[in-house]
Each structure stands twice: as structure tokens, then as C-alpha cells.
Ligand binder design. Structure first.
Ligand code: SAM
Length: 310
């Protein structure tokens, strides 16, 4: 079978299994099998696959046909130009979230400080923390998550991207780990997140952050069953479930984040399509100044930026 025939056959099969963009996915899986950039396939349409390559491709296509996400099969995705390892332990980073990270680093550079501090609330794969650390050499970041498995993956991703020394990984249910010592944010010694960079760790404990950034779970619990299988069956439930109306984490952030933010700091949150009005209300009811609501590439409101009233 040639490269072109393999693409066509795989695309037909994936299309019958209701996989979106079947030709693209067939090409990406074959490129992964052959360890080639996808565009190189176009220069090799007549190349005949070996038996090992054909068997390998067949196995990959079968997995994708069960609606396993492409990124889980290839093991990685790209986020703001960084390679991020993905697994069942954390949400696959989405392109929209790159806009949140971009809003974050655009704000951090305006600080013109030798050290800026960030809390990435619900870090998952660590994608936002890694992008901010890479773009802002002055950034020192706490990447917090309730899932030890996600934190282990985030730590691995930070090391892979050479930014681990400026990110501390903190196991915490919401702000609980900070609050365990009263008003002063503190990382408890018993946390399963690994402490890295002790030289700045001590001072970070007492800090209020320049930026709190979060893409929290925002799907209403009952809606999860209606999602595409790639999301419903493969993203962790803890990364999706935002409570009865999907808004629990915004209520928590709006109510609890202020003491952890510098007076002129900002909070930036991503949310789902259609939630903008409710989220603005939640923040305004907690006396935040909503400074901006930003849209994604499809002109849907997806990011809210707010500041404290000083
Ligand atoms: C939607 S995912 C976002 C992951 C990553 N920041 C991204 O944008 O791809 C939300 C993350 O919040 C974490 N999370 C859920 N409940 C939490 C809680 N109570 N406290 C802290 N993190 C939580 C989940 O484990 C998950 O990693």
C-alpha cells in the first residue's frame, strides 16, 4: 500500500466512525507512524509502506476510530509553540486557551518588574504556566491543581520545556493549601506537589500575586454526558465538571481570590461559550471591576479580565 492509498483508506474508515476531519486525522496519524512532518507525506505519496508501518498505522487508526483523541494517541500537542505531553490525567490543552495565556503575558510585561508572580489555578498539563514562564523570564509561578496525577504531568512538561525552576507545583483543592495557615498564603510541607526553586519559594509564600489566571472546569454536570466522546470519555471529569450550572469555580474565584492578588493585580479566567453574562455578574457581585471580556477566533466571548477595587 502506498502513502496515498493508506491515507485514503484510513480517512474512509475514520469518516465512517464519525471522526471529524477524517482526512486530516488520517494524515496526522500516518505522519506520526512514519515520524515525519505531515507536509512531507505530500512529497512521498508513491512511497510503499512496509508491513510494520502498515500494521502500526492500522493500530493507530483503530484507536482513533474509538474516538480516542488524536493528542492522546500521538502523546503530545502544541501550546503557544511549546510541546506539551498529554495523557488521561489532564485536559488536552485547547487552542482558545492560548488566548488566555497571551492575555496573561501581555499583562505581565506591562509590570516592568524584575519579578512578577502568577497563580495558575487548575494547571492541568501545566500549559498556561509553562507558556507564561517561557514568555516572561521574570515570572515565578505557582501551578495549582487538585489532581496529583495532573501535577506530575505538569511538572514533567515544565522540565521538558526548561522552565521547571520557576514553577512550583502545589496540590490544593481550591485555595485550601494557602488558607491552611490563615491569611498568609503558605505551601504546606505535606503537599504532594513538588517544591522547586526553594530560593524564591520562601518569599512567594507571603506574596500576593500579580496575576491569577485560570481555565477552570466550566461544564454543567448534566451536560457532560452530551459532549463528544473525545471529551466525555477521555478528559478527566475533574477537568470538566463545573457543578450544577457550570459556574462553581467562578463563584469560588470571585469570592476567594482577592486576598491573593496584589492591589493592582489582575484575575483572568476562561469560560465556556454563552457564560459571559453570568460570569460578569458573579464577579461584579463580588465587587470586582470587570476590565475586559475577550473573544476567541470565532468571535465568542471566552475570557474575562478583572481587577480589585482598591
Ligand atoms: C479545564 S482544566 C484546565 C487545565 C489547563 N489549565 C488548561 O487550560 O488546559 C481544569 C483543571 O482544574 C483542576 N481542578 C478541578 N477542581 C479543582 C479544585 N477544586 N482545585 C484545584 N484545581 C481543580 C482540574 O484537575 C483540571 O486540571
Amino acid at each position: 500500500m502506498t502513502v496515498l492509498e493508506a491515507i485514503q483508506k484510513s480517512a474512509d474508515f475514520l469518516g465512517k466512525k464519525n471522526v471529524g476531519s477524517p482526512r486530516l486525522h488520517a494524515e496526522l496519524l500516518l505522519a506520526h507512524q512514519l515520524q515525519l512532518p505531515r507536509m512531507k507525506l505530500y512529497l512521498n505519496f508513491d512511497r510503499v509502506l512496509t508491513a510494520v508501518e502498515t500494521d502500526g498505522l492500522r493500530a493507530l487508526v483503530k484507536r482513533r476510530a474509538t474516538r480516542e483523541p488524536l493528542q492522546h494517541i500521538t502523546g503530545a500537542t502544541s501550546f503557544c509553540g511549546h510541546e506539551i505531553t498529554v495523557s488521561r490525567h489532564a485536559l488536552v490543552p485547547r487552542p482558545e486557551t492560548e488566548l488566555l495565556a497571551e492575555a496573561g503575558w501581555n499583562f505581565l510585561v506591562t509590570r516592568h518588574a524584575s519579578r512578577v508572580t502568577v497563580l495558575d489555578f487548575g494547571t492541568g498539563t501545566g500549559c498556561i504556566a509553562i507558556a507564561l514562564a517561557a514568555k516572561c523570564p521574570a515570572a515565578q509561578i505557582i501551578a495549582l491543581d487538585v489532581s496529583p496525577d495532573a501535577l506530575a504531568l505538569a511538572k514533567q512538561n515544565a522540565a521538558q520545556n526548561q522552565v521547571a525552576e520557576r514553577i512550583e507545583f502545589l496540590l490544593s483543592d481550591g485555595f485550601a493549601a494557602f488558607q491552611s495557615e490563615g491569611r498568609v498564603p503558605r505551601v504546606p510541607d505535606s503537599n504532594a506537589g513538588t517544591r522547586i526553586g526553594d530560593s524564591w519559594n520562601a518569599s512567594l509564600r507571603q506574596w500576593e500575586f500579580d496575576l491569577i489566571i485560570s481555565n477552570p472546569p466550566y461544564i454543567a454536570s448534566a451536560e457532560i454526558e452530551t459532549l463528544e466522546p473525545e471529551v466525555r470519555d477521555f478528559d478527566p471529569r475533574a477537568a470538566l465538571d463545573g457543578g450544577v450550572d457550570g459556574l462553581d469555580f467562578y463563584r469560588q474565584l470571585a469570592a476567594e481570590a482577592k486576598p491573593f492578588l496584589k492591589p493592582d493585580g489582575k484575575i483572568m479566567v476562561e469560560f465556556g461559550d454563552g457564560q459571559a453574562g453570568a460570569i460578569r455578574t458573579i464577579f461584579e457581585n463580588q465587587k470586582w471591576i470587570v476590565e475586559a471580556v475577550k473573544e476567541d477566533y470565532s468571535q465568542r466571548a471566552r475570557i474575562l479580565i478583572a481587577a480589585k477595587i482598591i
